[in-house]
Design a protein. Sequence first.
Length: 199
Amino acid sequence: MDNKLQNLYRECIQELNNIGIDMQNKQQIGTIEIKLSNRSKKRYGICKQEEPDEATRYIEKIGRKRLIKYQRYKKHKIEISTWVMQLNKDIIKNTIIHELIHCIPNCNNHGKEFKKYANYINKNLGYTIKTTGNKREDYQKSNLEYQEEADYKYKIKCKNCGQEFYRKRISKNFTQKYRCGKCGGKLEKNTCIKLINVV
């Protein structure tokens, strides 16, 4: 499975290079390692940033807090969840490229720069990179049976498009703070008495 990941990673690097995004430019991007992770059953992948470039340091003020942030990091460690590797090839590559975007300066969150690169890649390579994934849809596209975890406490539903997702924990003001990732509609929460496996 690790060989499969490394091969798909090389394909993604080449595809990005073909549209002018050089992920092998160590001066600009830094070094990138990629490996599989067994830890997360929900997360598709993660890009861990290391060795911040002090020359790109800045302070962001949020209310009374001051946060030290960096625009660029010299080392990136990407982990792709093992469950993702059973999905269709295009979904795996979509995940890898999502994490590769986080290696680009100013893209270590899902802000404007991340979205700019995601839109450019989607337009030129035909991917569907978004800030979040939909595990149920990706299992269906891969012709695999999807089973919802049975220990969620909350069911969240979009009032506009009807999309549903589940959470074990949520903050008090969750429905005021967040909107649907699909359509931007308002969310409503319900408590799950007992959730059985859903296909």
